[in-house]
Design a protein around this ligand. Sequence first.
Ligand SMILES: C[S@@+](CC[C@H](N)C(=O)[O-])C[C@H]1O[C@@H](n2cnc3c(N)ncnc32)[C@H](O)[C@@H]1O
Length: 193
Amino acid sequence: MHGTDYWEERYVNKATGWDLGDVSQPLKGIIDSIENKKCRILIPGAGNSFEAEYLIRNGFSEVTVLDLAATPLLQLKKRLKHRENIKILQENFFDHIGTYDLILEQTFLCALESRFRESYIIKSHELLKKDGFIEGVLFDFKSQSNEPPYTASIKEYKDLFQKRFEIVKMEPCLNSEHSRNGKELIIKMKRND
Ligand SMILES: C[S@@+](CC[C@H](N)C(=O)[O-])C[C@H]1O[C@@H](n2cnc3c(N)ncnc32)[C@H](O)[C@@H]1O
């Protein structure tokens, strides 16, 4: 697994091609559909997390973001000034302890080599309350590179997730950012026990 130094260096060198600089349209759509502002939301591998900023500005009060790298978390703290109702943790997702109603996924699973996908699913299951959800987007294009993003096909995702989640939605995303058109799936998965 790429460690803290790898990711920190990417932020320091501004080699952050994944960073959209604003809340993405698919995640904005998901957030706008949540009625309960007290929903406990985790954003793992959050990076600059414009989604967290959007959540806070829209009154959500139980938001936790975590990332291995310090730099994007500091940037997020600066943008949010002194808002209290967010937890910003520099921590490994796999060490995190908590209980959430919703995990928001965007370019975190693809930061992990494929051999860690099952661990991601087991850990997400552990962090969600019964009937909790993972929602967000997953990359499903073929990547030839040995660097992130590590992508998979819809079949591979389905085979993996359905061991612990009911797949409520996993389909081509129709409102991706331009550069991600045709490369993303929008997902909604419910913890299944
Ligand atoms: C491709 S970036 C995506 C960032 C953010 N989700 C976005 O959409 O801009 C992947 C992020 O995951 C973080 N990361 C990688 N492995 C992690 C782990 N095991 N625990 C927590 N964060 C991790 C990296 O530091 C990086 O910020």
